[in-house]
Write a protein that binds this ligand. Structure first.
Ligand SMILES: C[S@@+](CC[C@H](N)C(=O)[O-])C[C@H]1O[C@@H](n2cnc3c(N)ncnc32)[C@H](O)[C@@H]1O
Length: 329
């Protein structure tokens, strides 16, 4: 079976099981198989080296989707065929591609993911983008600040921020980074990702409920804080209506937050409001929420922090998605 036949039959198979984006999924899964076995491929005599050599000469370079179509006559080895079929069978059962290949790209970085963490979503990248803007624009943050990522999951937010600061030679603006999650298994995944990017020593991982962890003690050692929080925000009733690829695979703990979906966000606002800030202390809080919850959250935020500046950021479909709150004494 060559690439063309493999893509054709698997796409038909996925479509017959009503899997959306069947073609794309088949391509991504096949690429994963081929990239995994790239070194073996290179040495396989039965394949024409000329077919593979232009891309495979550089072992760090991954094959991409266009490669599949320029090399669609490449014959899959028995091992590749077996692995590809295995992937397709998992996808037929609605398992998200990211969990099958244990990877998801976020802010241009590759994150290890498994069923203990939420698959990072593109809209969450806005939090990273806004944090970087704050760091670049706010004079008071030119000095050291602390970063606290609440509900870190795969660690995608805090790790992307640290990676970007490193890239732009701005790591010195950072005092300490903390990643909190109530799930010990999520913390394990976040640590794997931090190690992958060689920044595990720069992040303090805390496996704790935010209600216990966000307290006066954590706000003693710095003037400026950035708190990022993509907490669960789906209501109990909406959870029941989620599609099976989300409900059957992604952790409920990462998705659901009480009757109105706001339990965790309310707990975070309330915990922060109990902190007695010093005169020169400032907190930038960045929250992700469902567009329908924004008015409610804004109202509650005003109740807790009456002088806070609030800014809303729209997502890619122009829906209100991120709330930025600037909190002073
Ligand atoms: C929506 S996921 C977000 C994960 C990651 N930040 C992201 O953006 O992909 C929410 C995360 O919050 C964690 N979480 C839920 N309730 C929590 C709580 N009370 N305290 C701390 N973390 C909590 C979950 O375990 C989950 O990893």
């Amino acid at each position: 079976m060559n690439i063309k036949q493999a893509l054709q039959s698997s796409t038909e198979n996925l479509e017959s099981h009503n899997i959306p984006s069947a073609t794309l999924d088949a391509e991504v899964l096949l690429l994963e198989v081929l990239n995994e076995n790239k070194l073996n491929l290179k040495n396989t005599k039965e394949n024409d080296e000329e077919i593979l050599s232009p891309t495979l000469q550089n072992d760090n370079k991954k094959l991409n989707r266009s490669w599949l179509y320029t090399h669609d006559y490449y014959k899959l080895s028995a091992k590749e065929k077996e692995l590809f079929n295995n992937f397709i069978n998992q996808r037929i059962k609605n398992k998200p591609v990211a969990y099958i290949i244990n990877r998801k790209e976020f802010f241009g970085y590759d994150f290890f993911v498994n069923e203990n963490v939420l698959i990072p979503r593109p809209e969450t990248e806005l939090i990273v983008e806004e944090v970087l803007k704050i760091i670049n624009n706010k004079k008071d943050l030119k000095n050291k600040f602390n970063l606290i990522d609440v509900g870190t999951g795969s660690g995608c937010i805090v790790i992307s921020i640290l990676n970007e600061l490193q890239k732009n030679k701005k790591r010195k603006t950072l005092n300490q980074s903390v990643a909190i999650d109530i799930s010990s298994k999520a913390i394990e995944v976040a640590k794997i990702n931090a190690t992958k990017y060689n920044i595990e020593k720069n992040i303090k991982f805390i496996n704790e409920d935010l209600k216990k962890e966000i307290n006066q003690k954590s706000f003693l050692d710095s003037n400026n804080f950035i708190i990022t929080a993509n907490l669960p925000y789906i209501s109990n009733s909406n959870y029941k209506n989620l599609s099976s690829n989300v409900k059957d695979y992604e952790p409920e703990l990462a998705l659901v937050s009480g009757k109105d979906g706001l339990d965790d966000i309310k707990n975070l606002l309330s915990s922060i409001s109990n902190i007695k800030l010093k005169l020169n202390q400032k907190i930038y809080l960045l929250l992700e929420a469902d567009p329908h919850q924004i008015i409610d959250i804004k109202k509650r935020t005003k109740e807790y922090f009456k002088d806070a500046k609030i800014k809303i950021i729209n997502d890619f479909s122009e829906k209100e998605r991120i709330i930025i709150v600037e909190i002073k004494q």
